[in-house]
Write a new protein. Structure first.
Length: 317
């Protein structure tokens, strides 16, 4: 059963077949986008859980900013899908164990436009297009790809941009450890008005200082802390449904691990086994995607999935 068939099975199991046939179709369409995003993320062994974390941060920030449940759901989906265009970035750049040079950074800067081309023709593209294309725009006009400034930047893009930057700062990279929460919040405070929308930045900082982000930092799902490969450093993503005794492999060095219960938490213990090609294939977290889609569809009326909401929509042509 391929990932799309598995997702259909999940949704069918909970479907109530009436007018919800349209809701089921919308769920399938959303699942197809999230499944694509998952496989794009899986190419980089250091960014496990990034999409889930940005999605959670974005939805929390939207809710705290006074957006409706429906619009907060849309913004959360934008957080999950914002990096679709990285499918067009070479592995040598995505997986480089050092800072990027100017030429490599220029390649990275193409990913918003690539993401929009991927969305072109998708029935739900307007749902998340601002996040995909414009999450690297800045209030001072120094962002990319359009160089928008101030109020010209849609709210969804501003929110996802803050959350994306915060997760990048607090996550480990091959060339540096993740920053402590308060240091990252301090940088956001310093860059309000220039890199980040000041109003959304202030609300995000308040959320962080109140401890509301701590349940997401360093996690790949609710209650599931990230694990790292002790041999080479990349993320080992443990899924909520994984049980003690489950096997997982580092997709960078190929080393194998088994999950064992230590002090009430599952820990990845080296086995000394090297993974086969099949072991190292990326595998969609079907359950996480299904939960994400169901949560969004419950908050977002089916008719609104393809209609303009209260969120200001930018010009993304």
């Amino acid at each position: 059963m391929n990932p799309f068939q598995q997702l259909r099975h999940w949704f069918a199991a909970g479907a109530d077949h009436g007018p919800a046939a349209t809701g089921s179709q919308s769920s399938d369409l959303l699942a197809s986008l999230l499944n694509m995003a998952w496989f794009v993320e899986a190419r980089d062994p250091y960014t496990g859980g990034h999409l889930w974390r940005v999605s959670r941060y974005a939805r929390m920030l939207a809710e705290s900013s006074g957006f409706s449940d429906a619009d907060a759901a849309r913004i959360g989906l934008g957080g999950f899908l914002h990096d679709l265009g990285k499918v067009g970035v070479p592995d040598a750049i995505l997986r480089k164990p050092a800072s990027l040079n100017d030429e490599e950074y220029a390649v990275i800067k193409t990913h918003p436009d690539i993401g929009m081309r991927m969305l072109s023709g998708h029935p739900l593209r307007q749902l998340v297009s601002d996040a995909v294309l414009l999450h690297h725009e800045r209030p001072d006009g120094m962002g990319y790809p359009r160089g928008l400034s101030g109020a010209a930047i849609p709210a969804m893009a501003s929110i996802v941009g803050i959350c994306d930057a915060f997760d990048a700062m607090t996550s480990h990279r091959p060339y540096r450890p993740g920053m402590p929460r308060d240091l990252a919040l301090g940088i956001i405070r310093e860059l309000r008005h220039t890199q980040f929308d000041a109003g959304f930045a202030d609300i995000f900082i308040d959320l962080g200082e109140a401890g509301h982000l701590d349940q997401v930092i360093g996690h790949s799902d609710d209650g599931i802390p990230l694990q790292s490969c002790p041999m080479c450093g990349p993320t080992l993503v443990v899924r909520r449904e994984d049980k003690e005794g489950a096997s997982l492999f580092c997709r960078n060095c190929g080393d194998g691990f088994v999950l064992k219960n230590q002090d009430g938490c599952l820990a990845a213990i080296p086995t000394g086994k090297q993974g086969s090609a099949a072991d190292l294939e990326p595998e969609t977290d079907i359950a996480l995607i299904a939960r994400t889609v169901r949560t969004a569809v419950q908050a977002l009326p089916v008719a609104d999935l393809i209609k303009t909401s209260a969120i200001p929509i930018g010009n993304v042509r």
